[in-house]
Design a protein around this ligand. Structure first.
Ligand SMILES: *Cc1c(COP(=O)(O)O)cnc(C)c1O
Length: 450
């Protein structure tokens, strides 16, 4: 019987992060300032420490992981790689299905991989406080944990719809010592501006980012930390794909296709980029980002310069976007409700190296329940997107009789998302229509560049 869990020793935790920029066919497009000219790294110095800014613009292939960060990684890494024997059997597919399980971290997702690194570099730079935004609460809880481990105060602006839907994520952040505010809030100019226009605003990641950035920019002792999208965040997450490569080597397998849920692109980039190095060298492998049909950034967005936040405070990034002020329907996969996407993932998608598919909410929960009933683990609603795409692919393999190796990132567990599962079982979950009109309106307000 082949192994079910493929495990590594702690001394096999990678010593370096992998920077995909070194293997991209074209250099990344530069971020632009309000004047349409490329912004230098200095523009970021008000809210990020030097070391992270260097990583943001680096083209070095390998970047060493500081020892204090690796020490904390040892609390849950290396994460296991599983062979989904029972799911394969349930589907009757000849495909071999594997998943990397990032739910073993204390916060229950991949996000602490970067939270810990960011907290470390900020502490080294003498910073005392961090602000951030959170959607479903996974990022806020990850940064709360990391702040606690490195002695930093953390304030989290939490998207209001999630603040109300996920009270236990709030409790988790409190337990790790962070302060949590519902966004839009009255604390910032950005929040007050949104509330003046729409007092019942459910909030969005873009709005919460505006609030957190505004506060960090106005205080010397405070920096901002972002849970996805930026190059340095994807860099830190490459520990996932590197471990997975070693795990596949151990059993003499190699994936034909990799799937990951895609919100801002960090777990997708983290799992896929180390394999993209092989693809760049000529190896055949499909890299598939999976997003919700209600927030279809890569599949329906424009490839254009846009703001990273809702108000227009950040530099302009060339990315797939639905328009910075697009507020997606309140689906339960809060981590996938971002209007844009990582510039690196976007460029690689634009250049044809990365694929994207969109799946509707109900199908993702059907897939997640099917997974839980065969594999046991209860997945996060975000992860259900990847599972849904993998099951579809495995059923195609069943039809064609092909025995392909399918690999996905199980980015987190869903223990704090049971209300969403309850709604699903009660028949109360909906498939939102593709919000074409709202997206078109929002895209009409893309900033003019050049
Ligand atoms: C945040 C989150 C995602 C999506 O964010 P990315 O930056 O695209 O990785 C996916 N899965 C889980 C469990 C998350 O917490």
């Amino acid at each position: 019987m082949p192994q079910t869990k493929i495990l590594l020793d702690e001394n096999e935790i990678p010593s370096h992060w992998y920077n995909v920029v070194a293997d991209m066919p074209n250099p990344p497009a530069p971020p632009l300032g309000p004047d349409g000219k490329p912004v230098g790294p200095d523009a970021l110095a008000a809210i990020f420490p030097e070391a992270l800014i260097e990583q943001e613009v680096s083209a070095e292939r390998w970047i060493p992981i500081p020892e204090p960060v690796r020490e904390i990684y040892r609390l849950w890494r290396p994460a296991p790689l599983y062979r989904a024997h029972r799911l394969e059997e349930a589907l009757g597919t000849p495909a071999r299905i594997y998943y990397k399980y990032e739910g073993v971290s204390p916060a229950g997702s991949h996000k602490p991989n970067t939270a810990v690194a960011q907290a470390y570099y900020n502490r080294e730079a003498g910073i005392k406080r961090l602000t951030t935004e959170t959607g479903a609460g996974q990022w806020g809880s990850s940064l709360a944990l990391a702040g606690q481990l490195f002695g930093l105060e953390v304030r989290v602006y939490m998207v209001r719809v999630s603040y109300e839907q996920k009270p236990f994520r709030r409790s988790m952040m409190h337990t790790w010592g962070a302060e949590v505010l519902a966004s839009p809030s009255e604390r910032t100019e950005a929040g007050r501006r949104i509330l003046a226009g729409d007092p019942d605003s459910p909030g969005s990641l873009g709005i919460a980012i505006s609030e957190a950035v505004e506060e960090a920019a106005s205080r010397d002792d405070t920096n901002y930390a972002l849970g996805s999208v930026l190059n340095h965040v994807l860099l830190h997450q490459t520990i996932i794909g590197q471990e997975a490569k070693r795990q596949f080597e151990k059993i003499g397998e190699y994936p034909d296709a990799i799937f990951a849920p895609c919100g801002g692109g960090s777990n997708f980039g983290g799992v896929a980029f180390p394999f993209l190095a092989d693809k760049a060298a000529g190896r055949e492998i499909r890299l598939v980002a999976v997003e919700p049909t209600s927030c279809p950034t890569l599949t329906k967005g424009h490839y254009a310069y846009d703001f990273g936040d809702a108000i227009g405070m950040t530099p302009l990034l060339l990315m797939y976007t639905l328009g910075h002020d697009f507020v997606p329907p309140g689906i339960h996969a809060g981590g996938l409700r971002y209007h844009g996407d990582s510039a690196l993932v976007s460029q690689l998608h634009h250049e044809g190296l990365v694929e994207a598919v969109a799946v509707p909410q109900l199908a993702t929960f059907e897939a997640g329940v099917r997974f839980a009933r065969s594999e046991g683990i209860l997945p996060a609603p975000e992860s259900n997107h990847a599972i849904c795409a993998v099951i579809e692919e495995a059923l195609r393999c069943k039809e064609s009789g092909e025995s392909r190796v399918l690999f996905f990132n199980l980015s987190g567990h869903g223990h704090f998302d049971m209300a969403a599962y309850d709604s699903f079982f009660a028949g109360e979950l909906e498939d939102f229509d593709y919000p074409e009109e709202a997206i078109e309106e929002s895209l009409a307000r893309l900033p003019k560049v050049g």
